[in-house]
Ligand binder design. Structure first.
Ligand code: GTR
Length: 332
C-alpha cells in the first residue's frame, strides 16, 4: 500500500468508525459488535449469532457480527447505553432496562399480564409486538431500533431460606429484582422485599447474604449458576417478560435501505428461531434442577393468591396502559 492509499484507508476507517460507531470498518468489511449477558449456547445468543451469519451471507460478506456473550461488556443497562451512543451495534436485553427509556414497553412488565406463554408469543408476533418495536425505533431520543422480541419464559422466585408456597412465605426475604421500580414494587406487593441489583452482582449478592434470593426463568437460574447458592425454586410465575434485540440507530442509519429491510426481516426470523431453542433449553434446565443435589422445586398452593397480591402494582402502573392491556387480553 503506498502512502496515499494508506492515508485514504485510514480516513475511510476513521469515517466508518465515526459514521457507524459500533460498526467497526476493516477494509471492505463491517463488523457489527453485539452483546448479551448470557453465554454461548443460550437461545438468545445463538439466535443473534445466526442472524449475523445470515446478514453476512445476504450482503456477500460486507457485514460480520461479533458476539460478546456472558456479560463480557457488563450489565444490560451498560450495553444498552453503548448501543444508544453507537459504540456497540446491537444488544439483546430484557424489556426491564428498556422500560425506563421507552415507557410504552412497560406494559409487558406488568405481573401476570399474559395468560400463558402461548398468549405472550401471539402478542409479540402480532400487531402489538410490531407496534411496540416501532415505538422503540421512533422514540426521539432513545437512539435505538427495535429489531426483534425473544421468548424468556416465565419468572419465578428462588431463594436460599425456604420454599415459597403462598405470598406470606416471602415475608422478610430480600429478593433481587431487575432495576425497574415496577419490579421492586411487584416483589413488595407479593410480600417480599424487592432489591434492585444488576445481574453481574446477583451471584455474590446471594452468596454473601446481601439478598436471600432472586427470581428468574429456569434457564437463567441454571446458567448464571444461581442454582448453587439458592436451592429453593418455587413456581410463583409472577412475570413473563419478553426480551428485545435492539440495534444502534447510528449503525442502522449507516446502512442502505435494502440492508435495513434485510436486518428487520432477519430480526423477525431470529424471533422465531429463538423460541425453538428456548423450549429445548427450558427442558434441559428442568432436568438439571431435578438432578442437582439439594435443589427443591415446588408449585405454589394457590396461584390466584399471588395474582391478587399484585393489585397495588396494577393500580399504580396499569391505568395509563388500559387500552393496550385490553388489546393484549383480546389476543386469542
Ligand atoms: C434473564 C434475562 C436477562 C436479564 C436477566 C436478569 O432471564 O434473559 O435479559 O433480564 O434475566 O434478571 O437480569
Amino acid at each position: 500500500m503506498n502512502r496515499r492509499d494508506a492515508l485514504l484507508a485510514g480516513a475511510a476507517m476513521a469515517f466508518g468508525l465515526m459514521a457507524a460507531g459500533g460498526a467497526a470498518v476493516a477494509a471492505d468489511k463491517i463488523v457489527l459488535k453485539a452483546a448479551d449477558v448470557h453465554p454461548l449456547g443460550y437461545p438468545t445468543v445463538e439466535a443473534v449469532i445466526s442472524m449475523g451469519k445470515k446478514l453476512s451471507a445476504a450482503t456477500n460478506g460486507k457485514y460480520d457480527l461479533q458476539m460478546f456473550p456472558a456479560m463480557q461488556l457488563g450489565s444490560e443497562e451498560a450495553t444498552l447505553q453503548q448501543v444508544q451512543i453507537g459504540a456497540l451495534a446491537m444488544t439483546r436485553v430484557s424489556v426491564g432496562p428498556v422500560g425506563p427509556i421507552v415507557d410504552e414497553v412497560n406494559v409487558f412488565n406488568l405481573p401476570f399480564v399474559f395468560r400463558s406463554e402461548e398468549h405472550m408469543r401471539k402478542v409479540i408476533d402480532g400487531e402489538i409486538g410490531k407496534e411496540l418495536l416501532k415505538k422503540i425505533s421512533d422514540h426521539p431520543t432513545a437512539n435505538l431500533i427495535g429489531l426483534a422480541w425473544m421468548d424468556s419464559g416465565t419468572r419465578s422466585v428462588f431463594n436460599k431460606v425456604r420454599p415459597i408456597t403462598k405470598p406470606e412465605d416471602l415475608k422478610g426475604l430480600k429478593i433481587r429484582m431487575m432495576g425497574n421500580p415496577l419490579y421492586v414494587d411487584t416483589m413488595n406487593a407479593l410480600g417480599g422485599t424487592g432489591v434492585p441489583m444488576p445481574m453481574p452482582e446477583v451471584y455474590n449478592g446471594i452468596a454473601t447474604g446481601v439478598v436471600d434470593g432472586a427470581e428468574n426463568n429456569q434457564p437463567s437460574y441454571v446458567s448464571f449458576n444461581l442454582i448453587s447458592v439458592a436451592k429453593y425454586y418455587s413456581f410463583t410465575r409472577h412475570l413473563m417478560i419478553p426480551e428485545i434485540v435492539v440495534m444502534s440507530k447510528k449503525v442502522y442509519n449507516s446502512m442502505t435501505p435494502d440492508e435495513q429491510k434485510m436486518v428487520m426481516k432477519l430480526g423477525f426470523e431470529a424471533q422465531q428461531e429463538e423460541r425453538v431453542l428456548w423450549d429445548k433449553k427450558v427442558g434441559e434446565a428442568m432436568e438439571t434442577m431435578k438432578k442437582t443435589p439439594g435443589v427443591q422445586v415446588n408449585e405454589v398452593q394457590d396461584p390466584s393468591a399471588f395474582q391478587k397480591a399484585v393489585k397495588p402494582v396494577w393500580d399504580k402502573y396499569g391505568a395509563k396502559y388500559t387500552k393496550m392491556i385490553e388489546r393484549i387480553s383480546a389476543v386469542k
